[in-house]
Design a protein around this ligand. Structure first.
Ligand SMILES: [Zn+2]
Length: 125
């Protein structure tokens, strides 16, 4: 018999919120991105939400609109600002699922940033 747990979901805004950007510009998809986060920053991987996570990738043209819909679908406040990507993770150790919304053109940094949310939740301080 399986114990069903409604996992706590959370959203990621921080890489991508205009208000938080110190250095910003327009990407190919018209979204705002930051170059203030070091893509080579090292971090500890000994604590993960789960070591087995089912990730769903949603590849779209209008990232902000889809992130907004996905956010509200989960009972969060939505995305008012332009974003490069977003992720919706759960913190369950078993049956862990994560959704990552990306533009049709992405980069290693953005994918890594969002996948880290799947692995470690809200790692931003
Ligand atoms: Zn983030």
């Amino acid at each position: 018999m399986a114990l069903l747990v409604n996992p706590k979901l959370a959203i990621c805004l921080s890489l991508l919120l205009i208000a938080q950007l110190s250095v910003a510009g327009s990407g190919k998809n018209g979204e705002i991105f930051t170059s203030s986060e070091n893509p080579h920053e090292e971090f500890n991987l000994t604590k993960l939400n789960s070591d087995k996570i089912q990730v769903t990738f949603v590849i779209v043209k209008d990232v902000r609109a889809v992130c907004d819909v996905e956010s509200k679908k989960r009972g969060f406040g939505g995305f008012k600002a332009s974003v490069e990507a977003c992720s919706f993770w759960d913190s369950a150790s078993i049956n862990n699922k994560c959704t990552v919304v990306l533009a049709t053109v992405a980069n290693y940094h953005t994918i890594g940033h969002e996948i880290r949310h799947c692995m470690q939740g809200n790692y931003h301080k």
